[in-house]
Write a new protein. Structure first.
Length: 235
């Protein structure tokens, strides 16, 4: 049975990915800042951790090293902070940096030796279209998401001899809490007009690409950033 770790599995894209892996028969370990109150059948084991907090992140990485190894790691947890550059505080910078960039890096590091002893593995980092393109007030988010794409390339090269394939998936606009908190209804309606497929993505449309990359069917694709955006960045 494949063992999968999914960060940020309590909601949105992470929850969608967890449901997919569970349906495929994997053993799913999910993380959230707080385990959801309602029992979610698609998660076999929860780990609570707040990646914005040094102690929690360190404790969490130690926990991971102590668990049986994983075949698949999905670095999905993330936040968005939209602000003009001059309003960005150091606190904002370090918070988003810890959650969106440092935690995927340290978690990947914690899982590599287990993957090696299992004969290989797959790491999939959830980036964003804002790592490929950008717009004003996205300096924090674009910085971190561009960083995770660079990290994906570097880890893919370093880990290839150990049969660990590392890729990024960059969703476009997907209807989750993060989107609802970042955009007004007016903005959502306006943006929809600029998406060639004429709609936001469903969570499952992102999850299906992630599960393909993590599957036995993917034996040769590594170091790539797969943009899943309904054509938004091509126009
Ligand atoms: P979401 O619905 O807001 O869910 C975010 C997940 O991350 C939750 O499980 C949350 O856990 C976890 N998380 C938040 N802060 C955390 C912290 N301090 N420590 C640990 N975990 C934390 O977001 P989403 O839209 O599904 O986004 C998932 C990923 O996709 C993110 O990396 C995001 O940047 C990326 N993305 C999203 C979109 C989009 O349109 N939605 C587009 C491009 C990329 P709790 O429930 O405990 O808060």
């Amino acid at each position: 049975m494949k063992r999968v770790l999914i960060t940020g599995a309590s909601r949105g894209i992470g929850e969608g990915i967890a449901k997919r892996f569970s349906a495929e028969g994997a053993y799913v370990v999910g993380t959230a800042t707080k385990k959801p109150e309602l029992e979610q059948g698609f998660i076999n084991q929860w780990i609570e951790a707040d990646f914005s907090c040094n102690q929690s992140l360190e404790y969490y990485c130690n926990c991971l090293s102590g668990l049986e190894g994983f075949d698949i790691c999905i670095n999905n947890a993330g936040i968005n902070i939209i602000k003009p550059l001059e309003d960005v505080s150091s606190k904002d910078y370090f918070r988003i940096q810890k959650i969106n960039l440092e935690s995927p890096y340290l978690i990947s590091r914690a899982l590599v030796s287990g993957m090696k002893s299992r004969g290989g593995g797959k790491i999939i980092n959830i980036a964003s279209i804002w790592g490929c393109i950008t717009k004003k007030h996205r300096s924090l988010y674009s910085t971190m998401k561009t960083g995770i794409v660079g990290m994906t390339r570097a880890l893919a090269v370093e880990l290839a001899p150990s049969n660990i394939l590392v890729n990024a998936v960059s969703p476009g606009f997907t209807m989750t809490d993060l989107t609802k908190n970042s955009l007004s209804i007016e903005q959502i309606n306006l943006l929809t007009k600029d998406i060639p497929l004429g709609r936001f993505a469903e969570v499952d449309e992102i999850a299906s690409i992630v599960t393909f990359l993590a599957s036995e069917q993917n034996t040769y694709l590594t170091g790539q950033n797969i943009v899943v955006d309904g054509g938004f960045t091509t126009i």
